[in-house]
Design a protein around this ligand. Sequence first.
Ligand SMILES: Cc1ncc(C[n+]2csc(CCOP(=O)(O)OP(=O)(O)O)c2C)c(N)n1
Length: 323
Amino acid sequence: MNSLNHDQLLALYRQMQVIRQCEEALAKSHQRALIPGACHLYIGQEAVAAGVCAHLRDDDVVFSTHRGHGHALAKGVPPRQLVAEVFGRATGCSRGRGGSMHLFAPEFGMMGTSGIVGPCIIQGTGAGYSFKLMKTDRVSVVFFGDGAANNGAFHEALNMASIWKLPVLFVCENNHYATEVAFTYACGSPTVAQRAGGYGMPGVQVDGNDVLAVHAAADEAVQRARTGGGPTLIECLTYRIRPHCEGMQDFGYRTREEVEQWKARCPIAGFRQSLLSSGGATEAELASIDAEVKELITDAVQFAEASPWPDPATAAEHVFAEA
Ligand SMILES: Cc1ncc(C[n+]2csc(CCOP(=O)(O)OP(=O)(O)O)c2C)c(N)n1
């Protein structure tokens, strides 16, 4: 079905399941009031994080947005640390100081999610600049939404990355809405990818619900970045299945029928089906992954719930880097 070997195919499937099951557990946890603050889930978009991050090394970096749990998991943050952080606990990857929208785990190359839409595009470009100055072959990946693509940060970052040929992947997850505003209403251009030409860099649009399509596009872009060829803009067409943020109303701006149509294009169910029909994996192999991931996520939630809150006396610690 493609050039990936059996282990790589199963790894992609497993990565998407880890994200999906973790997000579903977080949706339930939000209903149990275990999550302080806003919680933006990534359900439906798993193929993007899995397909891109499969190419990254431990010393590559990822910059993300308010919808960043999937990016953190795909970059290697363990589910226990992720869930504990979203719960605000001392055992979280940022020791409970960041929560869902500001979680950082630089030891895994996860350089942060952010509640401010747009600036991560510039920060990720800055990381690419530092990698170039240090003469490394490390790569910086920025994930952002279609809404963020209309922020001035997008223009500044892509132009600079292009003129200096920085090793950056700009991955736009076009899930068709910025909160409740449709992309078709908010954007004068029908695609984000075609803007790449205006900056002098390659731009490609892929089916963001097809993990193999994302994987192939990211493969080429990562190789280009590592070998001095400069940045790439990848637009992944996808859809968020949950409301913009847990607890928000969902049907003032889109219809139930539209959501159902996209649910039927689930990236995980689709990949599962194609693995089975092509002989890429057996039902027993996939069922075993499903069960193993279920255990992993159940353990992560139990671990997080049993974890202590950060000690108020330590509030000023771990906030600024030591000089
Ligand atoms: C600078 C800035 N402007 C506005 C907001 C309010 N806001 C939060 S999420 C969001 C929509 C972002 O849409 P998009 O970038 O497409 O990401 P998605 O939520 O679809 O993943 C907006 C406008 C913000 N957080 N920061």
